[in-house]
Design a binder for this molecule. Structure first.
Ligand code: C2O
Ligand code: CU
Ligand code: CU
Length: 493
């Protein structure tokens, strides 16, 4: 049966669904289902075409013990995106996106977090191998009005393009769509691309209603994952970046949207992928398109020819991700422009060898994770499950042994794409299986998020090097918030 028809044909209006009494969660802590229609105002004249603003950096001070100290305050923050209309975000240090943390591998960070939101919150360091008690788990919430300190030392051999965002029980989706997320770069020693000019593109989604307010999620959002009518780069609509003719430029790109699959294209350009979530890959890979699932990141190098006059437009191409309610993206979306300008320069060649990645050894154990959707009668028409269950913060769903390589098979048993993410360690994708055909991954890379289209399976290898509690979940934040998440306990042998 077509589940769209199933859902729309039940005769139950979305209003009834949204306002239903019988919810699985107790009333006081369940996510609010909000209004029924998509209260977005597509034509709001948000300013566009302005120069791309670099991400502002978090101020870090070096302490006597060698640590870098900084402070992140999550609080409501009002801005006028449209003259005369106030938009209230929830922001880190009054900035959307949050301040960039940019450090060397091996750094020790001590970050004071103050929660001035009306809800509990945490900061999760997405992709970073930090100890579980410093990783902002839902089990470690910081109540409204309180503070805590996160302190961790990064491994000397870990680098990557990571990010941070809230991860409290039941409130993650809302806190991120109201503006809480920031970039976190960890630089490897002897970076072979350190000589290239570098730019950061953090892509996020914003929905505004006619008053330029950020509306609550609708039932459709809870099912499909929320998308806004504006897709922003560093918080700006279709900004422009000037690039020198003849140059090679390095871009780090974050998909920090709640649910959007970004099939990025740069027509006319010569570009290469050089890195994934967990840092550089072994060799540059020529790109046609770059698919970034929600929460995924990449590093690319773009070559701007000496003789070039036209601007390059970064597009997100149409993509159908198996939504239950909303329309799929049917047209290409313009995200930003790269405009060649100024005197031409000569840059050295892109190195052929970027770094060596050692393949993880043969696994000691296998684990299976099934992601599924279940239609149910009642006010919440769908459940999003992992191994048949909805997340319970008090239950351990799987165990791993510290320091042992495991092979995980992830299975998407549903009709929608789900980006799968594991905390605490980067993994290596081994193969993807679709229609019974197993395709080995063409190159080695470190990742912490992988997209699975409907009925797809993937095999990955992972080794957790720190003991304690980790989560694994779908990174469509509405699905995660509704329970498509499991708890993994990493224990010593
Ligand atoms: Cu971005 Cu549990 O993660
Ligand atoms: Cu994470
Ligand atoms: Cu999902």
């Amino acid at each position: 049966m077509d589940r769209r028809l199933f859902l729309l044909g039940t005769g139950v209006s979305w209003a009834t669904l949204a306002l239903g009494e019988e919810m699985a969660m107790p009333h006081h802590d369940r996510p609010s289902f909000g209004a029924v229609e998509q209260f977005s105002a597509p034509d709001l004249p948000l300013p566009s075409g302005q120069p791309l603003q670099p991400l502002s950096r978090l101020k870090l001070t070096a302490e006597a013990d060698g640590s870098l100290q900084g402070k992140l305050v999550a609080a409501p923050h009002t801005q006028q995106l449209l003259t005369g209309k106030d938009t209230t975000f929830w922001a880190y240090n009054g900035q959307v996106p949050g301040p960039l943390i940019d450090v060397e591998a091996g750094s020790t960070l001590e970050l004071q977090f103050e929660n001035r939101l009306p809800q509990p919150s945490t900061i999760h360091w997405h992709g970073l191998p930090v100890p579980p008690d410093q990783d902002g788990l839902p089990q470690d919430a910081v109540p409204s009005g309180e503070q805590r300190r996160y302190r961790f030392t990064l491994p000397a051999d870990f680098s990557g393009t990571c990010w941070y965002h809230p991860h409290p029980h039941h409130h993650t989706a809302e806190q991120v769509f109201r503006g809480l997320a920031g970039a976190f770069i960890i630089r490897q020693a002897n970076d072979p691309l350190a000589h290239l000019p570098e730019h950061h593109l953090l892509i996020s989604d914003l929905r505004l209603d006619v008053e330029a307010h950020i509306p609550a999620n609708t039932t459709a959002d809870w099912m499909d994952g929320r998308e806004g009518q504006f897709v922003l780069v560093n918080g700006q609509l279709r900004p422009q970046l000037k690039v020198s003719p003849g140059s090679l430029i390095r871009l780090r790109i974050w998909n920090a949207t709640s649910a959007r699959q970004l099939r990025l294209a740069l027509p006319g350009a010569t570009w290469y992928q050089v890195g994934t979530d967990g840092g550089l890959i072994e060799r540059p890979q020529p790109l046609q398109q770059l698919h970034l699932a929600p929460a995924e990141r990449a590093e690319v190098v773009l070559h701007i020819p000496q003789q070039v006059t036209a601007a390059y437009t970064l597009h997100a191409l149409p993509y159908a991700r198996g939504k239950m309610v909303g329309r799929e993206q049917e047209k290409p979306l313009e995200l930003m422009q790269l405009v060649p300008s100024g005197p031409s320069v000569t840059t050295p060649h892109l190195p052929e060898k970027l770094r060596q990645i050692t393949p993880l050894p043969a696994p000691m154990r296998e684990q299976r994770v099934l992601m599924s959707e279940k239609m149910i009668e009642g006010p919440t028409p769908v459940q999003f499950l992992i191994n048949g269950r909805s997340h319970d913060p008090a239950r351990i769903d799987m165990f791993s042994i510290l320091g042992e390589t495991e092979q995980w098979e992830i299975i998407n048993g549903s009709d929608m794409d789900h980006p799968f993410h594991i905390h605490g360690a980067q993994f290596q994708l081994i193969s993807r299986i679709r229609d019974g055909e197993e395709v080995p991954e063409p190159w080695l890379a470190w990742r912490d998020t992988v997209n699975l289209t409907h009925a797809e399976r993937v095999k990955l290898r992972i080794r957790q090097d720190l003991p304690g509690l980790r989560m694994f979940h779908c990174h469509i934040l509405e699905h995660e918030t509704l329970g498509m998440m499991g708890n993994l306990m990493v224990k010593p042998v």
